[in-house]
Design a protein around this ligand. Sequence first.
Ligand SMILES: Nc1ncnc2c1ncn2[C@@H]1O[C@H](COP(=O)(O)OP(=O)(O)O)[C@@H](O)[C@H]1O
Ligand SMILES: [Mg+2]
Length: 287
Amino acid sequence: MQIKFESVNHIYNANTPMERRALYNIEFDVPKGQFLAIIGHTGSGKSTLIQHMNGLLKPSSGNIKVGDKVIKSDDKNRDLREIRQHVGLVFQFPEYQLFEETIERDIIFGPMNYGVSEEEAIRRAHDVIQMVGLDIEMLGRSPFNLSGGQMRRVAIAGILAMDPDILVLDEPTAGLDPRGQFEIMEMFYKLNKEYGKTIVLVTHDMDLVAKYAEEVIVMNKGVLTIKGTPKNVFKQVDLLRTCGITLPIPSQNYYKLLERLNVDVDNLPLTEEEFIGQVESLLGGGE
Ligand SMILES: Nc1ncnc2c1ncn2[C@@H]1O[C@H](COP(=O)(O)OP(=O)(O)O)[C@@H](O)[C@H]1O
Ligand SMILES: [Mg+2]
């Protein structure tokens, strides 16, 4: 299952005084199994972009292909139901959408709505609760007595119970403490590496991009401005600055260090480990 954007434009409130163009000729694809990060300043179009991946928003023009199905503007979109099963979209603060009395009922709601039997849905609930790192014992409990991070995992478990191939996440670490952020990111990493899920992650945290993403898209004012590996994207410091994006902390520190030493930047480190490695070779090189 692959996602392909072909000249996608999106205009909110077209032909009204409130008209607002949010996406300009977006073209890219997400291969199966990729861990993709989407970054960009607030208002750059990230949320608009990802809502096209499961047809929650339709393009004003252009197509989005999901596997062999297509989302386009003029369509009756008979394919949407199937697409939504394959592409699980997790909104910002998904825990606000929990509503059932027990965690189990919340998790089985989506699959049962899609015609999965109660028995099968409950079996899936047992699987996915563990996939998100929570205990099976919790299934009978209320989702509302959990911590913020746990509630968010229950909400994500509800999406996973649909058994999507692709998981699209809009700022899933927002508002969590550092430990909650770490745990949830490790969970996405595992879903990607062990369960083969394609991950599309919108985030403001460049250190997470450096650590987890295989590919990065930079949005700026509705335009896909840079696409590449984290190494290649974070090298483009001047362009990133015009997009309102800062570098990962270790990269920033490396720049500061080399400025002091009056040495040109070569092989920019993105993570703490890479930073230490680079500093070691700088020191070693001076011997
Ligand atoms: N429902 C909406 N109606 C009208 N304009 C919107 C709506 N949602 C977003 N926009 C506008 O579209 C642009 C992109 O927004 P959005 O996709 O939410 O950006 P991001 O997620 O990167 O912060 C912004 O100018 C925003 O104001
Ligand atoms: Mg957004």
